[in-house]
Design a binder for this molecule. Sequence first.
Ligand SMILES: Nc1ncnc2c1ncn2[C@@H]1O[C@H](COP(=O)(O)OP(=O)(O)OP(=O)(O)O)[C@@H](O)[C@H]1O
Length: 254
Amino acid sequence: MADESAPVIEVRNLTMGFDQLILLEQASFTVQRGEICAILGGSGCGKSTLLKHLIGLHRPMGGKIFIQGVPMDPMDEDGYRNLLQSFGVMYQGGALLGSMTLVQNVALPIEAYTDLPEESVRDLACLKLAQVGLQGFEDHLPMEISGGMKKRAAIARAMALDPAMLFLDEPSAGLDPVTSAELDELILEINKNLGTTVVLVSHELASIFAIAHRTIMLDKNTRSIIADGDPRFLRDHSPNPLVQQFFNRQPPKR
Ligand SMILES: Nc1ncnc2c1ncn2[C@@H]1O[C@H](COP(=O)(O)OP(=O)(O)OP(=O)(O)O)[C@@H](O)[C@H]1O
C-alpha cells in the first residue's frame, strides 16, 4: 500500500552504471509530490541513465529506488504494470510511431492499459490532443507536423492515462527558443492544473530557470550529485565552482 505522505520518488544510496563504467556512487535524493525537478550535468554524466533507473528500465548496481513509498526492486510483473500506469514518459526525440496518426499514437497506452471500447479510446485520445493544443490534427501523421507539435503529441501520449508522474528526456532538444518556451508553458500548465510531478532531463538553462522548482546536478568525475536545490539559488550561491560555471555558462577554467 503506497504511503501518501512519502516523497513521490526516493533514491537511496544509488550506484549506477554499466559494467566497468560507474556513473553515480551512493547518490541519494528525493522528489516531492507536485515538484518539477530537472536533472542536469555535462554530456555523458548519466542523466538519461538516471531517468531510465527512475522508470525501472535499468536496475541499480546498488541502493534502492522507492516510488510513492514502494521499493521498485524486487517487483513482480503485476506490480511493475501498475507502477507503469502512474508514469508518463517522453523519450529523447519524442518517439512517435511514424506510420500511425497522432490520435492512434495517443491511443496506444489507453488501449494497452484500459478496457474502454474503441470509440471511447478515440474520444479520450482526441481530448488529450486538444489539451496540448492539437485539436484538428488528430488524423495527421507525425511527418506532417512541426517539431514542436510532435513534442506536444508525445506529451499528450505520455499524459494519456493521467499519470501522477511525468518523465521527460530533453523535451526542448532541437526546438527554436519560441517553440521551446511554448513547451515550457505546457509543462507548467500540466504541473499546475493536474498536480503532476515532473522529472526532466535538460540542457536548456532558459527552460530550467522558467520551470524547474528543483535541480539535481550530476558530475561525471566525482560520480556524485554536486548540487540539489532551487536553480536560481544554486546559480547565485552554490559554493561549488562547477555548479556556478554551469549556471552562468562559463567554460571550465584551464
Ligand atoms: N546501455 C548502455 N550500455 C553501456 N553504456 C551506456 C548505455 N547507455 C549509456 N551508456 C553510457 O553511459 C554514459 C552516460 O550516458 P547517458 O546517456 O546517461 O548520459 P547523458 O548525461 O544523458 O548524456 P547527454 O547529455 O550527452 O545526452 C555514456 O558514456 C554512455 O555511453
